[in-house]
Design a protein around this ligand. Structure first.
Ligand code: SF4
Length: 310
């Protein structure tokens, strides 16, 4: 029987990642290096290393950027206190925050300002969650699990729910259900905070798992959405592994799997998928079939600082 690879579609870059990378590339082309970027522009080591070679300098804090220099804010978003500090320090801020993350920030502000306590469903140590919670830190509680939901002290206030954009849909549902059981109807945004790219990539993995017994997810360990793809694959009954690229492919892992599913997180460049496919073909998995669950045609406008150079 032939050995097959089922390739997920959509996979790899989302519109927010595309935009963030393009912003740094355009700034480098227009101003020359160094261009300072607060935090990894997107959570992918390959992307970060490529931009570093071009002259981007990644820093943990805006305090590490010399006064008067450009400071790009990463796709994951920042707390208002970071923007204030950039202004105090005389930095020229260029905003590469994904508009879908900014939308969640706006929701959090609106809910707190209308008297709600915000339950922010997400991972407390993830940079996106730190940024969102920073909008109204005293009125926001990070909820990581249904157990956290059961322990939440509402302080006598109505509860509103917002979520990190890159979670597993199933995990969010369990946590929101637990909140609803305790507090009744919750205030929630009309459209889910889990972004279209997260949802599509997870749906594609579920489809792959109907036929593939092993699913390889290409992405960095720091990538939340890639980690969630592994979890979704496992929950759907497949064996799954997160690999940084074909160099990390453990051949022993492939044994006994006739059909392998392949996908990549929203911050993973397509070229890493192509090299993994070539490696799999060399190893005998040379029948390729793309499994498409959705077509994406989302583009976000560039900020005016770089759009002017278009
Ligand atoms: Fe934006 Fe979604 Fe991409 Fe995150 S995964 S950068 S929220 S489009």
């Amino acid at each position: 029987m032939s050995k097959r690879v089922l390739l997920a579609a959509p996979r790899s870059f989302c519109a927010g990642v595309d935009r963030a990378i393009e912003i740094v590339e355009r700034l480098l082309a227009e101003h020359g290096p160094p261009i300072y970027v607060r935090h990894q522009i997107v959570h992918n080591d390959h992307v970060v290393q490529r931009l570093e070679r071009m002259g981007a300098v990644f820093v943990d804090s805006e305090d590490d950027v010399p006064s008067g220099e450009i400071c790009v804010l990463s796709a994951h978003g920042v707390a208002p206190s970071v923007r204030d500090n950039c202004e105090r320090r005389g930095l020229r801020v260029v905003d590469a925050v994904c508009p879908l993350v900014s939308k969640v920030h706006a929701e959090a502000r609106r809910y707190v300002d209308s008297g709600h306590l915000v339950a922010l469903v997400g991972h407390a140590d993830h940079v996106e969650v730190i940024g969102t919670a920073g909008e109204r830190p005293d009125e926001t509680v990070v909820i990581e699990s249904p157990e956290d939901a059961e322990r939440l002290d509402s302080r006598g206030r109505p509860i509103a729910v917002v979520t990190q954009t890159t979670l597993s849909l199933d995990d969010v549902r369990a946590t929101v259900d637990a909140l609803e059981q305790r507090f009744g109807t919750l205030r929630r945004p009309a459209a889910d905070d889990i972004c279209y790219a997260t949802q599509n990539r997870q749906d594609a993995v579920k489809r792959l798992a109907e036929e593939a017994s092993l699913i390889l997810v290409i992405g960095s360990q720091t990538s939340s959405n890639a980690q969630r793809l592994v979890e979704v694959a496992r929950n759907a009954g497949a064996t799954a592994a997160l690999i940084g690229g074909e160099g990390e492919l453990d051949i022993a892992l492939l044994d006994d799997h006739q059909t392998i599913g392949l996908t990549a997180g929203a911050s993973t460049p397509e070229e890493l998928v192509e090299s993994a496919l070539s490696r799999l073909a060399e190893l005998g998995w040379d029948q390729l079939e793309e499994v498409t669950v959705a077509r994406e045609d989302v583009h976000f406008r560039l900020p005016r600082e770089v759009a002017a150079a278009q």
